[in-house]
Design a binder for this molecule. Sequence first.
Ligand code: UD1
Ligand code: UDP
Length: 377
Amino acid sequence: MSKLKVMTVFGTRPEGIKMAPIIKVMEKTCEIENIICITAQHREMLDQVLNLFEIQPHYDLNIFKPGQSLTEITVRALEGLERVIEKEKPHVLLVQGDTSTVFAGALAAFYQKVKIGHVEAGLRSGNLYSPYPEEANRKLTGILTDFHFAPTKTNRDNLLKEGYPEEKIFITGNTVIDALQYAVREDYTFDLQLLNDIDYQNKKVILLTSHRRENIGKPMENIFKAVNEIALKNEDVEVVFPIHLNPKVREIANKVFHGNSRVHLIEPLDYEPFTNLMAKSYLVVTDSGGLQEEAPSLGKPVLVVRRETERPEGIEAGTAKLVGTDYENIYREIDILIKDEGEYKMMANAVNPYGDGKASERIVDILLKHGMDQLEG
Ligand code: UD1
Ligand code: UDP
């Protein structure tokens, strides 16, 4: 029996988390041979995901360099991928999301006329510079894609509006929900004692993350200053901030939060403790893409500290609010949620606009059906 040869390419923490459930389903599918190639655009932050999901890549391009520029990431990934694709000659190459690895992966496949599947296709903010460079990466990848795996109907409609043919677009849900169901448990205890010591019943724990390139500088300073002031003024608030390894983010965080004992600055958490911490938290404040999808599913209100979002579904469902990056607005919105029980309850609803935990199975089924047709045709 001829097998469908799929090459999965990913490089950063969120890509790894969202690609892992698809890899797990492919491992159980005997009609598919899956070749895993990581660019390792992220190193430590990706390795923790590989460990958790027990994924052993066939190829590790190891392109990571501290302080890497967008050009460096793209060029190094493109060069490495050319050799791997030439050698393996996959029928389909799968990429996930909007990072520079995704764009380089799609371009490298296109250069060798390999079919491309884009997981998490069709997200659009409408502003090419926000998120930067992710909005552009998504659009550039879309042009080269043969199978658009759109998480939601909104994502599908975005692609239709751009003229992509209906038969190439598949609504699948987002695989992040599949991963989340794998990781979150009621009785979870943390390796980091600090996180076990927090009184989640009587304190309002704010989980903070921020790393977006377009926020680095003044916007990020505003975000951190607002959260810092909230923690200073409210004895019942504690903040946990697992800081992204980007030194530019660390510098701002260390400066603004210095000396505030109600703010815990910690290293990035592995996916399992991180999602379990989210499940125990009161409120999420973030500019992350993935957290906007996870928080609604866990019934946690999320304040999105960005000007635009390509994920409007959480906002429409009422669990997320886009609050921008101005100090006053962020302060006010957090203040409302820690003081106004009614407002909090209105947002703290578990809804799942992003999927039902079966996105990976759908993606693999579609690949099998359409990929095999092409093999046989
Ligand atoms: C990248 C993606 C972004 C995604 C984010 C997820 C691009 C252009 N950006 O942004 O879309 O939302 O990952 O986190 O593709 N670093 C380490 N070790 C690591 C990872 C990062 O030290 O394991 C530090 C390095 O100093 C590195 C910096 O973080 O230079 C930034 O990493 P990079 O991959 O360039 O961009 P991110 O901001 O992480
Ligand atoms: N995450 C994690 N540890 C952390 C912070 C985040 O495992 O300390 C997970 C989070 O659950 C989500 C993903 O990483 O699934 C989001 O990654 P990030 O915010 O870096 O990227 P984005 O989603 O913005 O592209």
